[in-house]
Design a protein around this ligand. Structure first.
Ligand SMILES: C[S@@+](CC[C@H](N)C(=O)[O-])C[C@H]1O[C@@H](n2cnc3c(N)ncnc32)[C@H](O)[C@@H]1O
Length: 235
């Protein structure tokens, strides 16, 4: 998969050069290209923003450099879908990440200042928000979106790993423990030391159900609606 990011701040994307995302790039599962919006400015001072019509606060990112950047990237990868990071977009979740991970390519536009000229929305396929709060720019949302999508690409994680992550089937992940068995009197549940893999699996599934039901009843309802069981009984 190819992902292109259009930004005024290419230097902030170093988190995409470590750990799992770095390995996915090395294995050529994903190619991530960062484009500097300023390189597409036709202004002699490389300006990409201007004052809003009608007056008022802040600066607005102009159409021209954004349209030209998207056109250039699409000439290299015509099937790419365009994402605008925006507080007014649909709320990003696992379902959207899964859908986006099945696209041929993605172009992510990072807004800044007051945001982008409204006409940019004409060339956008998905407008995505990562939560009901305002960030300075679209760079962090772009990295959140890329990180969550890349994890879902085949070959990035061991085959079954994402299935047991929180949200995959609406449920949270189960509780995890590692050595030592007893830390300051806090003990690891006996069942995990039993060596009975069938029972451990059942305990984990039930814990996942229990904590989802308690912490996120909305997700638990969705899990039930999709045919999930309330309790994984002994077979
Ligand atoms: C300071 S914000 C603009 C806020 C805009 N004036 C408003 O109130 O809706 C600048 C840019 O950051 C990005 N951004 C800020 N908050 C975001 C969020 N919750 N989700 C996605 N993108 C966000 C968008 O790209 C946005 O254009």
């Amino acid at each position: 998969m190819r992902i292109d990011i259009i930004t005024l701040f290419p230097e902030v994307f170093t988190p995409l050069d470590v750990s799992i995302i770095k390995k996915a790039k090395e294995k050529s599962i994903v190619e991530i290209k960062i484009w500097n919006l300023r390189d597409f400015s036709k202004d002699k001072h490389k300006k990409v923003d201007d004052k809003p019509y009608g007056g008022g606060k802040g600066m607005v990112l102009k159409c021209q450099p954004i349209f030209d950047a998207v056109e250039k990237i699409k000439s290299e990868n015509p099937k790419s879908k365009v994402i605008l990071t925006s507080p007014t977009g649909i709320l990003f979740d696992h379902k959207i990440a899964k859908k986006l991970s099945e696209e041929k390519g993605l172009i992510i536009i990072c807004g800044h200042y007051e945001g982008v000229d409204e006409r940019v929305r004409k060339i956008v396929d998905y407008e995505i928000s990562i939560g009901d709060y305002i960030l300075t720019g679209g760079e962090l949302p772009a990295m959140v979106i890329v990180d969550s999508i890349v994890r879902l690409l085949p070959g990035v994680l061991p085959e079954e790993a994402p299935i047991y992550d929180s949200f995959y089937n609406y449920l949270f992940d189960w509780p995890c423990y590692t050595r030592p068995q007893n830390f300051k009197g806090l003990k690891v549940p006996e069942i995990l030391l039993s060596g009975n893999h069938k029972e451990i699996e059942r305990w984990r599934r039930n814990k996942a159900i229990e904590r989802t039901k308690e912490k996120r009843p909305d997700l638990y309802e969705k899990y039930l609606k999709e045919g999930g069981k309330d309790d994984i009984k002994k077979s």
